[in-house]
Write a protein that binds this ligand. Sequence first.
Ligand SMILES: [Zn+2]
Length: 140
Amino acid sequence: MAAHGGPPLRLTETTAGEMREAAATIAKILDLDDEDAAAEAINALLDRYPARPRLERVPERRWSLRATAPHDAPAPWLLSTAALALALWLSERGYCAWGRCAAPGCDRYFVDTGRRSPQRYCSTRCGTRVRVAAHRDRGR
Ligand SMILES: [Zn+2]
C-alpha cells in the first residue's frame, strides 16, 4: 500500500477486521451493475472518506492522480482511494465497467478495461477454463 501512496500497513487484529469490512464495502459496489445505484454508493463513500485528489509524480512513471486524504489508518485510506478510482472509472466509461468473474469457483472481481464486448472473466485463464469445459461437455 505504501507503494501506492498509502499509509504503512501494520496488520493487527483490528486492522485486519477493518480491512475485511472495507473490502466487503468495495465488493458491494463492484456487485452493482446499475450505474445510478453505483454512483450513489460511491458518492456516499466519498462523503464518508473524502479523497483529496492530488497529482503526484510516481517514480519512473507519469503523473498519477492519488487520494491524499488524511487517513492514517489503512482501511479509511483504502476506502477513499477505491471511491476515487471507481468514481473516475464510472465517469469515464459511463457504466459499471467492472464485475465478478463468471467462471464457476472463482469469486474474483475485475475492472473491465476492454473496449469491445463486455468482460466476463477475471483473467484469460478463467475464460479459457470455461471454454474448455464447455467444449468437453459438448463432446459427451
Ligand atoms: Zn476468475
